[in-house]
Design a binder for this molecule. Structure first.
Ligand code: NAD
Length: 503
């Protein structure tokens, strides 16, 4: 049976071809559009506007005007807090609709988006609730006079200004929330650019924010590809900060472009995160299922923090491999609206070719024990790749070093704890890591030595109040909790004598 998402497309009521600038939805200057093709079927899903330079200028000008006027940042704290909570509720009410839109955008199955917290609408709503609590707590300090005398020395936390928020396509709910919620809580205004591979979901999330009562100009949306739309944003002189989640290559380009006006930059980039599985793990089978699950379920390994390198102690190596192969064989593919489907295709043909290229490379570098090919039959019209496991991988191999962003797990054996830590850290990335061990002292000892931003001990979770981000080339800065407030504010010092004496 040929796969089709057409009935869902008709039911979804897509918002097509629209930018949101200064409180108005409109088609943009030149009427140019991008046609989104569904990654599971190749069908046309819908068109959206490609913003011109003039559109981006208008969006930045609207955000600048709104910021300078203080309509948002100087409004009553209670009004802003209530709006952010109201929006969180709206997201929850529209969760099913948003999950369906996501399935039309990036083909992440509704079975996954409804069950895994970090990629759920619930998590996005929680991020807004969490940040609503910061609105009236952006405090500074009052310090005693250092040189004696009678004066005040104070600090204030102030919103950073106009934020360009640039999103990837893979986890739109959480990644949108992790930028928009803290930016708004801090009093910033925003120009948002969704990924060209996940636009419709984000447009609907913005529409709900407008319905919740956000003042015009506070958040603006420009759609279209990275070049030219993203490029105009990251080089724009009136943008104070770029907050980016995406690939390392574009992250480096943003750092380069920021130099012109010394923009503030936050980068959430890629990873090659290891799972360290020790022989004393309470349940090696569960460790294997968790690891291969993160690389195959839901996003087909197109997840920044997936443990795509498994470092496994030799005593349990065969047990781990057998369990991982069993789990890989159970992953189902197809219509993302089918509740029995567990995973997704690759997002586009470019990514499909890239992943198949890495698999060919892996066949020369290591021992293929599962998958290793594109899926055919009913799935031939989509970008589906079988869950792929390579065993006996050298940590220096290409497939153990480079971010593949597909359903490919590299399994590397080790003997000693120190060796495992050395291998884990032997990467240019440092986003996440997991440690599986029933020995709590070992688990903490190893966690402290790992050069990565988030460590999971016998499990992994992203939480709204927990900083998330990368060491090394996995990023700059953190999102979540007080770290995101720091990321969207400037610290100002004020000195004030309390007498007429010259100081
Ligand atoms: P990408 O870098 O190709 O695109 C991300 C965004 O940047 C898109 O909106 C794109 O249009 C835009 N863009 C592209 N070129 C640009 C340019 N020159 N100037 C400005 N904007 C530009 O990444 P992707 O394929 O959407 O996402 C996959 C990558 O994102 C992976 O590397 C993954 O690890 C990373 N990621 C990281 C995290 C994290 O939190 N660390 C989360 C999700 C994804």
């Amino acid at each position: 049976m040929t796969l089709t998402v057409q009935p869902h497309r008709e039911a979804a009521g897509l918002k097509t071809g629209q930018l949101y600038i200064d409180g108005q939805w409109g088609p943009g200057g030149e009427g140019a559009t991008w046609t989104h093709r569904h990654p599971a079927t190749g069908e046309e899903v819908g068109d959206f506007a490609i913003a011109t330079k003039a559109d981006v200028d208008a969006a930045v000008a609207a955000a600048r005007k709104a910021f300078d006027s203080g309509t948002w940042s100087n409004s009553r704290a209670g009004t802003r807090i209530k709006l952010l909570h109201r929006y969180a509720e709206k997201l929850r009410e529209h969760a099913e609709e948003l999950r369906c839109l996501q399935a039309l955008d990036n083909s992440v199955p509704i079975s996954f988006s409804g069950s895994i917290y970090a990629t759920s609408v619930e998590a996005a709503a929680d991020v807004f609730d969490h940040h609503a609590g910061w609105v009236d707590k952006l405090g500074g300090q009052t310090l005693p006079p250092y040189q004696g005398g009678d004066h005040l020395a104070m600090t204030f936390r102030e919103p950073i200004g106009v934020v360009a928020a640039i999103l990837p396509w893979n986890a739109p709910f959480l990644l949108y929330a992790q930028k928009v919620a803290p930016a708004l809580a801090a009093g910033c205004t925003v120009v948002l650019k969704p990924s060209e591979y996940c636009t419709f979901t984000v447009l609907r999330m913005v529409e709900l924010l407008v319905e919740a009562g956000l003042p015009e100009g506070t958040l603006n949306v420009v759609t279209g590809p990275g070049d030219p739309v993203g490029e105009v944003l990251i080089t724009h002189p009136d943008v104070d900060k770029v907050s980016f989640t995406g690939s390392r290559a574009v992250g480096k380009r943003i750092v380069e472009a920021s130099a012109g006006t010394l923009k503030r930059v936050s980068l959430e980039l890629g990873g090659k995160s290891p799972a360290l599985v020790f022989a004393d793990a309470a349940n090696v089978g569960l460790a294997a299922a968790t690891t291969i699950g993160a690389v195959t379920m839901g996003l087909s390994g197109q997840a920044c923090v997936a443990n795509t390198r498994a470092l496994v102690q030799r005593e349990v190596y065969d047990e781990f491999l057998a369990a991982a192969q069993g789990m890989a064989a159970a992953i189902t593919y197809g219509d993302p609206f089918d509740p029995g489907v567990l995973s997704a295709p690759l997002i586009n043909e470019r990514q499909l070719d890239r992943v198949l290229g890495y698999i060919e490379k892996g066949k020369q570098e290591a021992r293929l024990v599962s998958g290793g090919e594109r899926l055919g039959g009913d799935l031939a019209g989509g970008n589906f790749v079988a869950p792929t496991i390579f065993a006996d991988v050298e940590n220096s191999a290409t497939i153990a070093q480079e971010e593949i962003f597909g359903p490919v797990l590299a399994v590397v054996p080790f003997d000693e704890e120190d060796e495992a830590v050395r291998l884990a850290n032997d990467t240019e990335y440092g986003l996440g890591a997991s440690v599986f061990s029933a020995d709590a002292q070992r688990a903490f000892r190893v966690s402290r030595k790992l050069r990565a931003g988030t460590i999971g001990v016998n499990g992994f979770q992203i939480e709204p109040h927990l900083p998330f981000g990368g060491f090394k080339e996995s990023g700059l800065g953190r999102e979540g909790g007080d770290s995101s407030i720091e990321a969207y504010t400037e610290l100002k010092s004020v000195y004030m004598p309390l007498t007429d004496e010259m100081m």
